[in-house]
Design a protein around this ligand. Structure first.
Ligand code: GAR
Length: 191
């Protein structure tokens, strides 16, 4: 049974998809902690509804990123966390957490990396007028959305799409792909 922490900053639909899939598919994993960097993020209520404890971190309370990540690390180690899934966590992971969890931190990004990295992957692809975008799941390294890719799924941009309709289809794709990748990694013992 792998003990997993999910890091999220906002709405938490991927958090819910992962937690529900672990339960429904009886995956050998347990989400033991939500780490959230916004005290009023909706994902906190979602975690509460599943009885999953949260660790809220306010980066402004710390002198620098290393100090904040040291506090996060203590919370992870207190719960024996073995792997981290980023699900809409809008910060770059620093050396402290990277060193503690080598090849054990995974991210989901709403575009076909290396295209459209950053905080606005869906909008940037839509504005660029591409005919196809998608979802990427990758291991985290020190860069922005730049680590080794684990899986990608393309999503067509339809002539009738507006940003909302494209976003809806990207998110629906995320909610299937992320649990599938998690299941696969657990099966391979790669997490
Ligand atoms: C998701 O679309 C995720 O891919 C994106 O944030 C959204 C979070 O939604 N992540 C990034 O853009 C990372 N660069 P959620 O809070 O509903 O899961």
């Amino acid at each position: 049974m792998r003990k997993i922490a999910i890091f999220a900053s906002g709405t938490g639909t991927n958090f819910v998809a992962l937690v529900q899939a672990i339960k429904a598919r009886q995956l050998p994993a347990q989400v033991v902690l939500l780490v959230c960097d916004h005290q009023d993020a909706p994902v906190l209520q979602r975690a509460q509804a599943f009885n999953i404890p949260s660790f809220v971190i306010n980066f402004k309370d710390y002198a620098n990123k290393a100090a904040a990540e040291t506090a996060i690390l203590a919370a992870l180690q207190a719960r024996d966390v073995q792997a981290i899934l980023l699900a809409g966590y809008m910060r770059i992971i620093g050396p402290t957490l990277l060193a503690a969890y080598p090849n054990k931190i995974i991210n989901i990004h709403p575009a076909l990396l290396p295209k459209f990295p950053g905080a606005h992957g869906i909008e940037d692809a839509f504005q660029a007028g591409v005919k196809e975008t998608g979802v990427t799941i990758h291991f985290i390294d020190a860069g922005v959305d730049s680590g080794p890719i684990i899986a990608q799924k393309a999503v067509p941009v339809l002539p009738t799409d507006d940003l909302d309709s494209l976003e809806t289809r990207i998110h629906a794709t995320e909610h299937v792909l992320y649990p599938d990748v998690l299941a696969d990694l657990l099966k391979k013992g790669a997490l």
